[in-house]
Design a protein around this ligand. Structure first.
Ligand SMILES: [Fe+2]
Length: 379
């Protein structure tokens, strides 16, 4: 049996792909399936076969790997729902495999069931600390294995549905932005600028990810603002301003149920606060305004100024910088952030047009690194 062959077990059906060597996708004869994908990583073929036979009653599609590196290659080409790995794998070993998978953004939530024939609490602790979600010591009891596998698969399904919900939320945020500004790329630019400024400040990855998401989600609360206020071209009345200001609070209410978005909530709530305390909704002042919200605010203003809108032409980058500096002088913006952003702009020629141009090789090496930001965040 090919170690990387997908092998599907189910009632009345066995091993339809037996003998195939390393196709990482289902053979064409296989009908579409909602089977959960389980990767069994074990250097011993008998163990792999035993495990699969224990789970054959379920609707599973099995993949096999003999070593940790084979498992990594397979997962890179074919995402799976659950990994069952032996503690004592040849090569990088089960614990190192766990560590690598759990430190990769794409696989960090893929559950891992670690199996071992080695007894001892120390090994169990080592396995769990390396990232394994469950740990079973041989001899295995089939009903225990099935119960643990089903439990882990339920957990994975819940995470998948959360990710789907998050995807829907981002699509919604983009639609809201389109309705407001009519510029589909505004969110992408904000996300990229914010991360660039965050990198300049040396912020940790978790903050960069929050900034990236905040670029998309900061104005999602505008979904609750009536067209007559959101799209009006005249000056808003005091009452209309109050309604408009609610978009910060509504945005938090929309995103709050999703715990994974917790780091983005301060950006959503506070991106209209001002350095001198004259902003909204909480009239926070100075460093009480969350740093990530201050960052997003600076780049949001810059992008709004340098982008053509229905009510105004696009300002030049230099003009936008002057306005930003004026607003900092008035006390509205964090002066250090503005000056950092202005300096960064001069250094890297970062402007919205350059970001939208596909002619990346013509840009500076710093811009290349900015271009790679998305890629890094996806890894
Ligand atoms: Fe806003």
């Amino acid at each position: 049996m090919g170690l990387l062959s997908p092998v599907r077990f189910g009632p009345g059906r066995e091993n339809i792909a037996a003998g195939l060597r390393s196709p990482l996708i289902l053979p064409s004869s296989a009908e579409p399936t909602n089977a959960t994908r389980i990767l069994v990583v074990d250097g011993n073929q008998i163990n792999r076969r035993l495990l699969k036979s224990m789970l054959r009653a379920g609707n599973h599609e099995f993949f096999e790997a003999e070593t940790g590196m084979e498992a990594m290659d397979l997962i890179a080409a074919q995402p799976v729902d659950l990994i069952i790995a032996d503690f004592l794998l040849p090569g990088i070993g089960g614990t190192e495999l766990c560590r690598r998978l759990k430190s990769n953004r794409k696989t960090q939530f893929t559950p891992i069931l670690m199996l071992t024939s080695v007894h001892g609490f120390d090994f169990e602790v080592e396995g769990i600390e390396s990232g394994a979600d469950e740990y079973l010591t041989m001899p295995l009891h089939p009903s225990v294995v099935r119960a643990r596998v089903n439990s882990l698969l339920r957990h994975k399904a819940a995470i998948d549905s959360l990710e789907e919900a998050e995807t829907i939320l981002f699509a919604l945020a983009r639609a809201v932005e389109n309705r407001d500004t009519g510029t589909g790329e505004h969110c992408e630019r904000l996300a990229t600028y914010s991360v660039a400024l965050g990198l300049e400040l040396g912020l940790p990855r978790k903050d960069l990810v929050a900034l990236y998401r905040g670029g998309f989600l900061h104005d999602i609360g505008k979904i609750s603002i009536p067209d007559s206020i959101l799209l009006g071209t005249g000056k808003l009345t005091a009452d209309q301003c109050k309604v408009m200001e609610l978009h910060t609070i509504r945005g938090v209410e929309i995103c709050k149920p999703m715990k994974s978005l917790a780091p983005v909530l301060p950006i959503i709530r506070s991106h209209h606060e001002r350095w001198d305390g004259s902003g909204y909704p909480d009239r926070l002042e100075g460093e009480a305004v969350p740093l990530l919200a201050r960052i997003l605010q600076v780049v949001d203003i810059f992008d709004a100024l340098t982008t053509k809108r229905s009510y105004k032409a696009a300002f030049t980058k230099e003009h936008a910088m002057e306005i930003l500096k004026e607003e900092a002088a008035k006390g509205w913006r964090d002066p250090e952030l503005v000056s950092l952003f202005v300096g960064m702009e001069h250094e890297v020629s970062l402007d919205s047009k350059a970001l939208l141009d596909s002619d990346w090789p013509e840009l500076s090496s710093t811009m290349h690194s900015l271009r790679n930001i998305n890629r890094h965040l996806q890894d």
